[in-house]
Write a protein of this length. Structure first.
Ligand SMILES: [Zn+2]
Ligand SMILES: [Zn+2]
Length: 361
């Protein structure tokens, strides 16, 4: 059977309104799919499919800020799940048909080896994988990858030779149709696609990395945060006060184990049992995990509480109230850091963590 992959958005732009939707539940309780041949006859059996869980994702906002949005990822079906001879599919929510669509509307190309790849610092041990989306030309994609590589290596702590030597970027290029390879959707600042399909392409490439960033050739400033198991998405367009490369570097910060250093009450991601190395619940800088890095002679308890805006003093390492989505009770090491806003560099505590991870890579 020819490999066919399907990406089906269940809601939002490009979702059921693109289908002949009878009823479009944002998140069906139980979803099943059957395939139909050219005469409308069912091919094979109706199969239940796992309903994707809605995910909170981080989205770059204006003036270097970061926001959160909830998205339901598309249903991502691999080739073996798509029946032979099928020309359309019908989706059921419980027993009710809620959508019918021709397969071409959801068809995604089958994963294959990249047609070109470029490695920056091949001897490095810690690899960031870049995947092309929406780029027709390898040269344009590799120029964006080179731009990101140069930016990362210009920033502390990567600017230090020992750290730069351990950091490696592998850029994987697949020629892309105009509408993209990975069913990528733009919804305001949120740019997000079929991450499972991206992972199947990466697997076909044989490349391995600590974080996958999908670089999207779109003339909008946007993206979506990733995780160890999920690619991040970043458009290669900057806006006033925001460099796209800095948004990618913020994502890289997460993959080094760093937490967000801003407050956002809409964000409900639970805290890990042990807080990340750049966040503490200790008011006193002397008791923070970064006590050894604090600026001497600065009063601490805390150095700056949440009521002071803008926080002061700049450049000081202490305990600044407001971090990890909470405006009070969680402290960050400095007034401003790349893990707080994308128009700043990493603070000394975040730099120390990155050095530590790179040294072990
Ligand atoms: Zn973040
Ligand atoms: Zn920091």
């Amino acid at each position: 059977m020819a490999e066919r992959h399907l990406s089906i958005w269940l809601s939002g732009p490009g979702g059921p309104e693109a289908l002949e939707a009878v009823e479009a539940p944002a998140r069906p309780a139980r979803l099943s799919i059957e395939f139909l041949d050219s005469r409308g006859r069912r091919v094979g059996r109706r199969a239940s499919v796992a309903v994707p869980d809605p995910l909170p994702v981080e989205v770059p906002a204006e003036r270097g800020r970061l926001d959160w949005a909830r998205v339901t990822p598309p249903l991502s079906l691999a080739g073996r799940e798509v029946a032979d001879r099928a020309v359309s599919l019908r989706a059921f929510s419980d027993e009710a048909v809620f959508a019918e669509m021709p397969l071409e509307a959801a068809a995604a190309p089958a994963p294959a080896k990249p047609t070109a790849r470029r490695v920056f610092n091949p001897r490095g041990k810690w690899t960031l994988l870049l995947v092309s989306e929406g780029f027709a030309s390898a040269d344009v994609f590799f120029a964006a990858a080179a731009g990101l590589d140069a930016f990362v290596r210009s920033q502390p702590p990567f600017v230090e030779a020992a750290n730069s030597a351990r950091f490696r970027i592998e850029a994987l290029f697949w020629p892309s149709p105009k509408e993209g390879l990975f069913s990528t959707r733009v919804d305001g600042r949120l740019v997000f696609g079929d991450g499972e399909l991206v992972k199947r392409f990466v697997k076909a490439s044989g490349a391995k990395g600590r974080l996958i960033v999908v670089l999207v050739d779109k003339l909008v400033r946007g993206g979506a945060g990733g995780s160890k198991d999920r690619p991040a998405w970043v458009t290669t367009t900057s806006a006033p006060g925001e460099k796209w490369e800095a948004v990618a570097l913020h994502e890289l910060g997460h993959s080094f184990g760093l937490a967000d250093e801003y407050a956002d009450s809409s964000q409900t991601v639970p805290e890990p049992a042990k807080l990340e190395p750049n966040v503490t619940d200790q008011r006193s800088a002397a008791k923070a995990p970064w006590a050894a890095l604090r600026t001497p002679g600065v009063p601490s308890d805390p150095t700056c509480d949440a009521s002071v805006s803008p926080p002061s003093p700049l450049g000081v390492v202490g305990t600044f109230e407001g971090a990890r989505y909470r405006s009070t009770g969680r402290y960050r090491p400095t007034a401003e850091c790349l893990m707080q806003r994308t128009d700043r560099g990493f603070c000394p505590v975040c730099q120390a963590q990155i050095r530590k991870v790179l040294a072990k890579a």
